[in-house]
Ligand binder design. Structure first.
Ligand SMILES: C[S@@+](CC[C@H](N)C(=O)[O-])C[C@H]1O[C@@H](n2cnc3c(N)ncnc32)[C@H](O)[C@@H]1O
Length: 187
């Protein structure tokens, strides 16, 4: 059973995320993608970023934990949501953009490299990927959850030739410069 298959962990996460505002990251995506573009969010969790994305894009939310999807559907039955594992990218729809905020560090480095390749396959030409990750060079496990940290260099090493690396920028979420966002464009 995964960590977020447990309803108690989902509730605790939702509470913890209450004051969080990811608008700055979505503003970065808006610089690269036209209004009205189709965007797939990986690991939508409670749906805070999903709602901000929906202000500018036709957004499809996804998560590999049904508890998050069910919880969000109860609030917004019209939302376009899919059960999707970011490691497998088992979806046959295409999008102009793919977004995630602090999700892909749960994958191994090998899984993330493969996921990026599969993301490229479901992106329209010229499509944009924006992912945020924790900054650093360690790997750790907390409460059974994997955390893999990245620097500009280590992330760059797993980006395939199907992408142009547009941005790799450090930013602050909790502690100074503790995070990294990357923007890739499909060639
Ligand atoms: C930090 S939360 C994301 C919060 C979200 N950006 C928001 O605005 O509320 C991380 C999410 O990633 C999901 N997740 C973890 N591993 C995943 C995977 N392999 N595939 C899809 N989602 C995953 C978790 O279930 C959780 O909902």
């Amino acid at each position: 059973m995964g960590y977020f298959d447990d309803e108690k962990n989902v509730e605790a996460y939702v509470k913890m995320a209450e004051g969080y505002d990811g608008r700055a990251l979505i503003d970065v995506l808006k610089k690269h993608l036209r209004n009205g573009s189709t965007v797939l969010e990986l690991g939508m969790g409670p749906g805070k970023d999903f709602e901000l994305l929906a202000e500018s894009f036709q957004v499809t939310g996804s998560d590999n934990a049904t508890a998050f999807l069910d919880r969000y559907r109860a609030r917004n039955a019209a939302a376009d949501l899919v059960l999707l594992d970011a490691a497998k990218m088992n979806i046959d729809r295409r999008f102009d953009g793919i977004y995630s905020n602090k999700v892909l560090h749960h994958l191994t480095r090998v899984e993330l490299k493969e996921s990026l390749k599969r993301q490229g396959a479901i992106l329209n030409n010229g499509g944009i990927v924006l992912h945020s990750l924790w900054y650093g060079d360690k790997e750790e496990e907390m409460s059974g959850l994997r955390f893999v940290y990245y620097t500009e260099e280590t992330f760059g090493e797993i980006v395939g030739s199907e992408y142009e690396l547009m941005e790799a920028t450090r930013y602050t979420e909790i502690e100074r410069d503790d995070s990294l966002y990357v923007v890739l464009r499909k060639r």
